[in-house]
Design a protein around this ligand. Structure first.
Ligand code: GLN
Length: 475
């Protein structure tokens, strides 16, 4: 029975529960058993106690959800992968958690991540790295690597993560699943432990495009608790497109050319997917995003600058860890932060503080903001001619554990193709586009702000044509 359950997508499972063919308790217990026994280190906490009762008529049917550690969940450890939040159990739920559980997706467990979502491999976690279900010697991507590995390995029917510069899309690509970063402001950030507030967005990590649409439909919407959130202009629909007639896709040379260092195997899957899109009726044309190659440099000033301010609150007084509370206040702050933060977080705090310091502010932070505006302009101009921009999600497939941990710049290159969309605040989705040497490759589509419905439809039509089979990772 467990194997039959495992074969169901979240949408299928919700349907069976609604039809009375499956009980949500049985589904929950099956997944809880798998989550509790897993050996990928995908979870940092798994639900305890009796399985939650969810009315079968609820919109998400009672299908359990894995949630990235950084979403505040009431009474449940929420550490953002950091030692500094050891012992912290928030007194409230993040708005997204609240919405999804209320809609009928009960919390199955909290998933591993890079500390404060800083990283591309989930190796920067205080809980140790998560392993890739396709090859346990390799990383699952990051920072939402726990969520991606859990869904890829069949340890959760679906999950949510956050994406600041690629943290949903890149792990989804490396684990052979679907990952969507919504338009900035589409989903409330309230209760998400902040990394870079002008970039952070919550989004779904799922087995299929349909599952992503079902979750997203419950996530979007204005929230009085997050003043940057917006009302989504239309309901999110279940995607149904069968062809791509009339759709024009732009292929930006700047992102897939030599600068991005796209691996030949990844390039081959990308070209194959483009050919499928053409068969479905899409027109494919080269496009220009002249400033996109500078996105990574701008991102690595803006994101650390915001992080240095956001992380100032972790001082040993208010949350989690306190080291040497007997010392004077300043000494206690210093010791707590020295022991509580890992090396990548410290690097970002130093970079960010420097970029914001008087005398350097204009040269670094100010210039990066100008580049950000140019990148958004490039996309705006491109969307006059193109419906979507397409790229490989990541230049390469899952790399070996430890391969990039000593080379931050090589690690940062993971997000070469995903960071531009984050800076522009536009939605982008990664779908599995097949395998290269046995490892999954992601195909990214990006559209204008609030184009999620069209983006999901296009991704759905392509997904059907690709026919990716992720079952090997669930075995
Ligand atoms: N890998 C990027 C970083 O380390 C993006 C992370 C993210 O999207 N949270 O900042």
């Amino acid at each position: 029975m467990s194997e039959e359950l495992l074969a169901l997508t979240a949408a299928d499972a919700a349907e069976e529960i609604r039809a009375g063919e499956l009980s949500s308790q049985e589904l929950f217990e099956t997944y809880r058993g798998r989550a509790a026994a897993e050996d990928l280190n995908a979870y940092v906490w798994v639900h305890e106690g009796p399985s939650p009762e969810v009315p079968p008529s609820s919109r998400l049917g009672g299908v359990p959800l894995a949630i990235k550690d950084l979403f505040c969940t009431e009474g449940v450890p929420s550490q953002s992968g950091s030692r500094i939040l050891e012992g912290y159990r928030p007194p409230y739920d993040a708005t997204i958690v609240n919405r999804l559980t209320t809609a009928g997706a009960p919390l199955l467990g909290k998933t591993n991540q890079d500390e404060f979502a800083m990283g591309s491999s989930t190796e920067n976690s205080a809980f140790g790295p998560t392993l890739n279900p396709w090859d346990r010697g390799r990383v699952p991507g990051g920072s939402s690597g726990g969520s991606a590995a859990a869904v890829g390995a069949g340890l959760a029917p679906w999950a949510i993560g956050t994406d600041t510069g690629g943290s949903i899309r890149q792990p989804a690509a490396l684990c052979g699943i679907v990952g969507l970063k919504p338009t900035y402001g589409a989903c409330s950030r309230y209760g998400m432990i902040a990394f870079a507030s002008s970039l952070d967005q919550a989004g779904p990590l799922t087995r299929t495009v349909t599952d992503a649409a079902l979750l997203l439909a419950e996530m979007v919407g204005q929230d009085p608790l997050d003043s940057t959130s917006l009302e989504f202009p239309e309901p999110i629909e279940v995607p149904r497109a069968e062809d791509l007639r009339g759709v024009v896709l732009g292929v930006p040379e700047e992102l897939i050319g030599p600068e991005g260092g796209v691996e030949p195997g990844v390039r081959a899957r990308f070209d194959h997917t483009i050919a499928l899109a053409e068969e479905l009726g899409a027109a494919i044309e080269p496009c220009r995003l002249p400033h996109a190659p500078h996105a990574l440099s701008a991102y690595y000033l803006i994101a650390p600058a915001e992080a240095s301010a956001n992380l100032a609150r972790f001082d040993g007084v208010r949350y989690g860890l306190r080291v040497d509370g007997q010392a004077d206040l300043i000494t206690m702050y210093g010791r707590t932060r020295a022991q509580g933060f890992g090396p990548e977080v410290k690097r970002r705090i130093m970079l960010g503080t420097y970029a914001l310091s008087s005398g350097y502010y204009d040269a670094y932070y100010g210039t990066a903001q100008k580049v950000r505006t140019q990148i958004a302009e490039d996309f705006r101009a491109a969307f006059d001619r193109f419906d979507f921009i397409v790229t490989p999600t990541s230049p390469w497939t899952a790399f070996e554990l430890g391969a990039k941990t000593n080379d931050p710049l090589a690690m940062y290159m993971n997000d070469f193709c995903t960071v531009p969309m984050s800076l522009a605040g536009i939605p982008a989705i990664s779908i599995p586009a097949g395998l290269s040497e046995g490892l999954p490759v992601g195909f990214q589509l990006a559209g204008p702000a609030f184009s999620e419905n069209r983006l999901l439809s296009t991704a759905f039509a392509l997904e059907q044509a690709i026919g990716f089979d992720g079952s090997r990772a669930r075995a």
